[in-house]
Design a protein. Structure first.
Length: 111
């Protein structure tokens, strides 16, 4: 399969995993139009490094290197993706609760 199409499939899959529309993802980027993102997803146009970084930041669950097919392992497991989704859809109080529960269940400390 053509690399540009594989890149597009990864982008579409990452967007669908978060149940985002093209318009919602476009709004999160602040500078990429929904038609441009659609062109990337369809393999009509290949994104550059800056666009991959912007889309990865907007999605928050993938890296630019993953989107560009430079690494094959997804940075998050399915459980980690679910946790991110719960966190993102929670209100402020819910986010604080999720963070407290995670901290209480972990030996890891954030400094």
């Amino acid at each position: 399969m053509d690399l540009t199409k594989r890149i597009g499939q990864r982008l579409r899959a990452a967007r669908h995993d978060q149940k985002l529309s093209l318009s919602e993802l476009s709004a999160r980027t602040g500078s990429l139009s929904k038609s441009r993102i659609s062109n990337y997803e369809q393999g009509i146009r290949r994104m550059g490094l800056e666009e991959a970084q912007e889309l990865a930041n907007a999605l928050g669950t993938v890296t630019p290197t993953y989107l560009l097919c430079l690494e094959d392992t997804d940075p998050l497991t399915q459980q980690e993706r679910e946790l991110v989704q719960y966190f993102r859809h929670a209100d402020e109080r819910g986010r604080e609760t999720i963070l407290k529960m995670a901290a209480a269940q972990s030996d890891f400390t954030i400094e």
